[in-house]
Design a protein around this ligand. Structure first.
Ligand code: MLT
Length: 256
């Protein structure tokens, strides 16, 4: 695996690149980083040129203080592809990474070869959820990232060892990156109607035991877009790429 940093849109964007084949960008969720794709990458590298960034403010990428949107992250991905000389790529995102992937598909329609949504959704936040995100951002500013890390770990997965690893990973993320992402998620658009007219392959993957985003959200997309390929993974929670990497990789192969 080649790890590197690209200077894009005024920030340093860290990424890894592995394998050969069609370009596939894997986008991590909140408040995590690209390492969450580590179990899936070896299963895809024979078929794809797998590019895994740390979104701005997470992992090894620069944090900025400016308010951002899902479009900001999406434009960073487009700039990363420019940096790598890649015109078009499949983009698959986990949870918040799915919101970013949707924004990428919408903002850069000529560059999306296929879209994967893993434990994600196309719907926007309900008003109470949106308000909760702003309150959480304030709490993180006052008390630190552990507020989110400790609150989320048990909801991500039922596997105790994985909960410990993920809590540590979340605790390592930076306040600015976490609060900016919370506010950006709160303000994201509802993309369900837009996605229903997608003319590129769409792959949906969901654990049926996801305690954070119910599998109904993927069923809802599949109902609106009958060409979408839905894989429901029995017993998996919100982290299917770590809980059931073979099933996730198998599903993403449909993006070839
Ligand atoms: C994530 O896992 O990225 C987040 O839980 C998504 C969200 O809060 O909507």
């Amino acid at each position: 695996m080649k790890s590197a940093t690209a200077r894009v849109n005024g920030i340093n964007l860290a990424y890894s690149r592995t394998g050969t084949g069609k370009p596939l960008v894997l986008v991590h969720g909140f408040p995590l980083d690209g390492s969450t794709w580590a179990s899936v990458i070896p299963l895809l590298m024979a078929k794809f040129d797998v590019i895994v960034p740390d979104l701005r403010g997470f992992g090894q990428s620069t944090a900025t203080d400016d308010p951002i949107s899902m479009g900001t992250y999406a434009n960073d991905l487009a700039a990363l592809l420019d940096h790598l000389g890649i015109a078009k790529a499949a983009v698959a995102g986990h949870s918040m990474g799915g919101y970013v992937s949707l924004a990428f598909a919408k903002l850069h329609p000529g560059r999306i070869a296929g879209l994967g949504l893993v434990a994600s959704q196309a719907a926007a936040d309900a008003p109470d959820k949106k308000e909760g995100r702003y309150n959480t951002a304030k709490a993180v500013e006052e008390q630190g990232v552990s507020v989110v890390a400790d609150g989320m770990a048990n909801k991500l997965t039922a596997l105790p060892d994985l909960q410990v690893c993920l809590r540590d990973l979340m605790r390592r993320q930076r306040t600015g990156g976490v609060t900016a992402a919370l506010r950006a998620m709160a303000e994201r658009e509802d993309n369900l109607a837009w996605l229903a007219s997608a003319d590129h392959p769409v792959v949906l993957v969901h654990g049926d035991a996801d305690a954070l985003i119910p599998a109904d959200r993927s069923h809802e997309i599949a109902a609106a877009l009958p060409t979408a390929k839905l894989t429901v993974i029995p017993g998996a929670g919100h982290m299917p790429m770590l809980e059931a990497p073979a099933a996730v990789a198998e599903a993403l192969l449909a993006l070839i």
